[in-house]
Write a protein that binds this ligand. Structure first.
Ligand SMILES: Cc1cc2nc3c(=O)[nH]c(=O)nc-3n(C[C@H](O)[C@H](O)[C@H](O)COP(=O)(O)OP(=O)(O)OC[C@H]3O[C@@H](n4cnc5c(N)ncnc54)[C@H](O)[C@@H]3O)c2cc1C
Length: 317
């Protein structure tokens, strides 16, 4: 259903100070690309999320949730309906259980992975080395099963607290989740709008005890390594998934001779070929044309079809 003036008025009244209209998504993605969201709501409490989804469900209004926008390409036409982000409002992190073997931490979904890594280092907790330097929020990291060759979110998540489509709170236990490479499938009754997942409001994570200096030093090493191997600038990280049973996507793109290849303002990074960089006011259209050229060249050269890791959302401009 369309967002009528009456619904906008209802939303503005309930979410006063936490709502924006015609908000450019480019301001909320690490790519710095994306047309306007009709409405952006930034809830500050779990109750806000419950109320919001109940209202949207009752009025049959479509919605989309994102976190730090570090894995998103938003089309130039923007996003219709309501866009919701728990960042930065829901960002509390605290220890809920602490004994010899088991340290359980609850992190709200709008906290960044970096906040969580710092919290772990300050409290001498390990288990998150793999997450050092990965941008984005806990909610996005859970949905993307973010990680590196060293590990991923599936190794630490014990449960996810979710608000589903009709605005119902639900705890999803680890046994009910299906993690795979850069993906997580949740049970049907935790679904949000049009079969997409509901809104993760927090994650319960199991970490281990270790000497804080050790954790900090290890993290610094990983940050330095990341700086050396990854390009700076505006991007969404690795654009394509590494294809199963083949060389990494970056290596295939490099061997296809595409490093430095440019379409409009978008460029294949010269430092790491699986990064597409928004070099100069790139549009989503530029990135999509470049994406298809890369896929074709890699397919022609190696018979491998690359699949995007980045989520492409919204309406073409
Ligand atoms: C420079 C750079 C380096 C990167 N390096 C890595 C890396 O080493 N490893 C890696 O795995 N990734 C990497 N990434 C990608 C990105 O950091 C991760 O995918 C991250 O987990 C995305 O989190 P986010 O909060 O930004 O998610 P978003 O991009 O905002 O959203 C991603 C997906 O998660 C969903 N989502 C987000 N929040 C919620 C929520 N609260 N509830 C339900 N669904 C939600 C969205 O709908 C979307 O489908 C990198 C990105 C950049 C820019």
């Amino acid at each position: 259903m369309l967002l009528t003036g009456t619904i906008k008025h209802l939303l503005a009244k309930r979410f006063d100070g936490k709502i924006r209209f015609d908000e450019p998504m480019a301001a909320h993605t690490t790519f710095r690309i994306g047309g306007p969201a009709d409405v952006l709501v930034l809830p500050e409490t779990v109750e806000d999320v419950v109320d919001l989804l109940a209202l949207l469900d009752a009025e049959n209004v479509g919605w989309f949730v994102f976190g730090g926008g570090a894995n998103l390409l938003v089309h130039d036409g923007g996003i219709r309906g309501v866009v919701i982000s728990p960042a930065p409002g829901l960002s509390n992190i605290h220890i809920v259980q602490d004994n010899e073997e088991n340290i359980l931490v609850i992190a709200q979904s709008g906290a960044t992975l970096w906040d969580l890594c710092r919290f772990a280092a300050d409290n001498g907790l390990s288990g998150l080395m793999f997450a050092t330097g990965i941008p984005g929020t806990i909610g996005g990291a859970a949905m993307m099963n973010a990680g590196t060759a060293e590990g991923d979110m599936s190794g630490v998540i014990m449960s996810l607290e979710i608000v589903s489509g009709p605005g119902e709170f639900r705890r999803v236990r680890r046994e009910e989740m299906a993690f795979s490479y850069r993906s997580l499938r949740l049970p049907q009754d935790a679904a949000g709008y049009e079969g997409r997942p509901g809104i993760i409001v927090s994650a319960t994570l199991r970490l281990d005890r270790r000497n804080p200096n050790g954790v900090k030093k290890e993290m610094e090493k990983r940050l330095a390594k990341r700086k050396q191997s990854q390009p700076g600038g505006f991007s969404a990280g690795s654009f394509f998934k590494n294809p199963p049973g083949a060389s990494p996507a970056g290596e295939l793109i490099d061997k296809a001779g595409l490093k430095g290849f440019v379409v409009g303002g978008a460029e294949v990074s010269k430092k790491h070929a699986n990064f597409i960089i928004n070099r100069k006011n790139a549009s989503a259209g530029d990135v999509l044309v470049l994406m298809e050229m890369i896929r074709k060249r890699v397919h022609d050269a190696f018979g491998i079809t690359l699949e995007p890791e980045v989520k492409i959302v919204g309406e073409p401009g």
